[in-house]
Ligand binder design. Structure first.
Ligand SMILES: Cc1cc2nc3c(=O)[nH]c(=O)nc-3n(C[C@H](O)[C@H](O)[C@H](O)COP(=O)(O)O)c2cc1C
Length: 224
């Protein structure tokens, strides 16, 4: 490796941006019970057993002191029709949750509706990572809907960050599903298996337990 860095922050962003990610809104609550949330694409899985995930937050952001103190956070993995939510939670504002219906998770942490999936986590470590803090959380509850996820990609040629619906949405999902034999691909666009807030849902927890629960995730129609 050369001693002198031959790239600047802009170059690094462009290179990192070629790694396509999903988009999440990480949420928590403060001591007074106020909701906080930030758009984050630094989310990543860490371990299945125990179930661990991480995300990182810029130290200079307004909500950093709140997240740093919080014992819990939730990762809301945005669906392809939630671009507006990703923009809303990327801006500093006291009003991020205004007019949004949320479910309340354990510890009072708000959970966004209409997401592709949600994970509720207990913080197990806060690791300094340069100008960011890395939060590692143990996952204690999960749920998901068959909404296709929103994707983020940085185009170096256009020098612009794209938020795009998943590419599957432009294809015939049923045709792909029959090839992949995947239940997740099996629903046609707009025909989610979550048709109402009262739907019954089954999933396996990371520990392997099969859970059947009335779905807390709202349908696309409820969000809009
Ligand atoms: C697509 C996208 C991904 C982002 N990912 C992160 C991230 O992983 N970590 C982070 O600290 N900020 C990230 N941001 C910026 C934060 O969303 C933004 O700084 C934050 O919402 C500011 O809110 P606050 O002032 O209430 O803290 C991202 C923004 C966008 C648009």
């Amino acid at each position: 490796m050369p001693d002198i860095r031959l790239f600047d922050g802009r170059d690094l962003r462009r290179v990192l941006g070629t790694f396509v990610t999903g988009v999440t809104v990480v949420t928590t609550t403060d001591d007074e019970g106020r909701f906080h949330g930030v758009t984050a694409n630094s989310f990543s899985s860490v371990s299945l057993d125990p179930p661990l995930v991480l995300w990182s937050q810029a130290v200079k952001t307004h909500s950093h002191p709140v997240f740093f103190k919080a014992e819990r956070f939730a990762v809301n993995i945005l669906a392809e029709d939630q671009i507006e939510l990703s923009k809303r939670f990327a801006r500093s504002s006291q009003e991020k949750f205004a007019g949004i219906d949320v479910d309340i998770g354990s510890g009072g942490v708000p959970l966004l509706r209409g997401c592709s999936a949600r994970l509720q986590c207990q913080v197990v470590s806060r690791v300094p990572g340069g100008d960011h803090t890395i939060y590692v959380g143990e996952v204690h509850a999960i749920d998901r809907a068959e909404q296709m996820p929103l994707l983020r990609w940085f185009s170096a040629t256009a020098d612009i960050c794209w938020l795009i619906p998943t590419i599957w949405s432009t294809l015939d999902n049923r045709r792909i599903a029959s090839k992949l034999n995947s239940p997740l691909c099996g629903s046609a666009r707009g025909r989610s298996s979550v048709s109402s807030a009262n739907s019954t849902r089954r999933w396996r927890s990371p520990s392997g337990a099969l859970t059947v629960q009335r779905s807390p995730i709202g349908s696309r129609r409820q969000l809009l």
